[in-house]
Write a protein that binds this ligand. Structure first.
Ligand SMILES: C[S@@+](CC[C@H](N)C(=O)[O-])C[C@H]1O[C@@H](n2cnc3c(N)ncnc32)[C@H](O)[C@@H]1O
Length: 209
């Protein structure tokens, strides 16, 4: 069962503001996107996989005003809360496999943030391989997720993710994430690993194709 639809209805016109405040409990998305910009300042063709309702997309659009941004998700609510410019940003309900088939080697920046723990483990390899296939040579793949541990904030994060989305959440350890990235991108592809405020559970890997 998912409490998301009820929560959305209760928030009414304040949904964007409340959802921003809620997310800020767990992760500072402004700092996350500032790090992406520092790592790939000249990105012109950006793909965000699993963009959800558009929280990261909004920040990407402001950090990369010259870029064309394609933001995709499998949810029908794709981009629903996005409040940024629309000229260079398009939302699509599509899979990364579709995008990789349509535009192989096209994007110079691909972002996958807080998606893998919502997807079944059997799909992880395919998601990462398709992300790699969509990326141009020399392009940057940014993989962010929430690292599993034993702490009150982790328990809180699990409970809210589980009950708000209704998905069967499974968080990975940092080692599991690294192993998956190594197996798809190669052992030397990870350039940097960063822990993002305000909780060290937020881990981001910058991976060069
Ligand atoms: C916690 S939300 C993160 C949204 C966005 N990346 C952000 O950080 O604001 C997780 C998203 O992953 C999406 N998702 C789950 N499995 C997916 C898949 N196989 N392909 C694309 N998106 C997926 C869900 O639909 C959901 O919107």
């Amino acid at each position: 069962m998912s409490l998301g639809p009820l929560a959305r209805r209760l928030c009414g016109p304040y949904e964007h503001r409340i959802s921003e405040a809620y997310r800020a409990i767990y992760v500072d998305l402004d700092k996350f996107v500032a790090r992406i910009r520092a790592a790939q300042p000249g990105a012109r063709r950006i793909l965000e996989i699993g963009c959800g309702e558009g929280a990261v997309t909004e920040r990407l659009a402001s950090a990369f005003p010259q870029a064309e941004i394609t933001a995709i998700d499998i949810t029908p609510r794709v981009g629903r809360l996005y409040r940024g410019p629309t000229a260079n940003v398009s939302f699509r309900r599509a899979t990364v496999q579709d995008l990789a088939r349509e535009h192989p080697g096209f994007f110079d920046l691909v972002v996958l943030a807080d998606v893998l723990h919502h997807a079944p483990a059997s799909l992880h390899g395919e998601l990462l391989s398709s992300a790699r296939a969509a990326l141009a040579d020399g392009g940057l793949f940014v993989f962010k997720d929430w690292e599993r541990d034993v702490s009150p904030i982790h328990a809180m994060c699990y409970a809210s993710d589980r009950w708000l989305t209704g998905d069967r959440i499974r968080y990975l350890s940092a080692t599991e994430m690294r192993d998956k990235l190594d197996s798809v991108f190669g052992a030397k592809a990870i350039e940097t690993v960063a822990h993002l405020a305000p909780w060290k559970n937020n881990i981001a890997f910058m991976v060069r194709r």
